[in-house]
Ligand binder design. Structure first.
Ligand code: ZN
Length: 319
């Protein structure tokens, strides 16, 4: 079974240590986030994860995009829409994705992984979904409060460009993060249209990550034009019953979140294995990707690494 992550990883910023880094720092060329990406990638590979992320270390899921999308600003940690949302002039995440790929290649060599293992190691590109971007931002210009739908459509065009750039840069999957879908406050048909704008011209699989309880939205999100629906099953046990109630998965695979990312406590391998087996019995091994419930940004480094390691072990010992 392939293993992956949702995206974010604890951010470990380090002072420059090598001579080259110290000299770089004198000229303002030392980027501490590159080291944080290095740590996130080497940890994920060492834990045994197949499809890794760059760790999304440069900020929370809203800020990392809001800082670069024309029409948006981040003011005292609040994302604001102040003008018409436009397509960015440059790619937001490809430099980090390429850097992560470099670290991935270096780490698999250091760990002397077999050819068979190496081919499974890939990197995903991640964009925060248009609906979540708009609902997490304050609208202060161009769009009126009841024009959220227009803002979401413009946001989808901006993020579509970014997703295509990430695909070109070597991403093996594009993941669209839409935590807002389960909140009950968003217009699902609009979200669906927006996700489809992003997914329709991509030639690689597209995953939709949705946080929370799926009870009221599962039928709708199974209609989205994506290949994988990724959800939480460790922290939200009710989602297992939701899975059981589905008669037709419409060809979609399930990203099966099986470690709780809201708790520091590290789950036993056996408990994780039991949960994965429950999921497998409902959807079948071939339809599952194993991952944590959500991003790991808020966990301690130790907890994040241990959770990934136990998760990978658990996925190997199914009975
Ligand atoms: Zn989530």
């Amino acid at each position: 079974m392939l293993t992956t992550v949702v995206g974010s990883y604890p951010v470990l910023l380090k002072e420059p240590s090598s001579l080259a880094e110290k000299i770089g720092a004198l000229w303002g060329r030392y980027d501490p986030y590159k080291k944080a990406i290095e740590q996130a990638v080497s940890d994920q590979i060492s834990a045994g994860i197949d499809i890794i992320s760059d760790g999304q270390v440069r900020g929370d899921m809203i800020k990392i995009f809001a800082e670069h999308i024309p029409g948006m600003i981040v003011d005292k940690h609040v994302a604001k829409i102040i003008n018409k949302i436009n397509i960015p002039f440059y790619s937001i995440g490809t430099e980090d994705l390429k850097w992560a790929q470099k670290i991935l290649n270096k780490t698999v060599q250091q760990l002397k992984l077999s050819e068979e293992e190496i081919v499974k190691k890939n990197i995903k590109g991640i964009v925060t979904g248009p609906t979540t971007m708009v609902y997490s931002s304050r609208i202060e210009g161009f769009y009126s409060r009841n024009q959220k739908e227009d803002a979401i459509m413009d946001m989808a065009q901006a993020l579509k460009k970014e997703a295509l750039e990430l695909e070109k840069a070597g991403a093996s999957i594009i993941q669209i993060d839409e935590p807002f879908l389960s909140t009950g406050v968003v217009d699902i048909p609009t979200s669906q249209k927006a996700v489809e704008i992003i997914s329709k011209d991509l030639n690689i699989p597209v995953a939709l990550h949705v946080c929370g309880n799926l009870e009221h939205i599962i039928d709708s999100i199974l209609k989205f034009k994506v290949d994988i629906i990724d959800c939480e099953f460790a922290g939200i046990k009710e989602n297992i019953q939701v899975l059981e109630s589905i008669s037709d998965f419409k060809g979609k695979k399930i990203g099966f979140g099986c470690v709780d990312t809201k708790k520091e406590a590290i789950e036993d391998i056996e408990d994780i294995r039991n949960l994965i087996q429950k999921g497998r019995d409902i959807i079948g091994e071939e339809n599952m990707l194993i991952d944590p419930d959500c991003g790991m940004r808020m966990l301690s480094h130790q907890a994040a690494f241990s959770k990934l390691k136990n998760m990978v072990e658990a996925s190997k010992w199914l009975i």
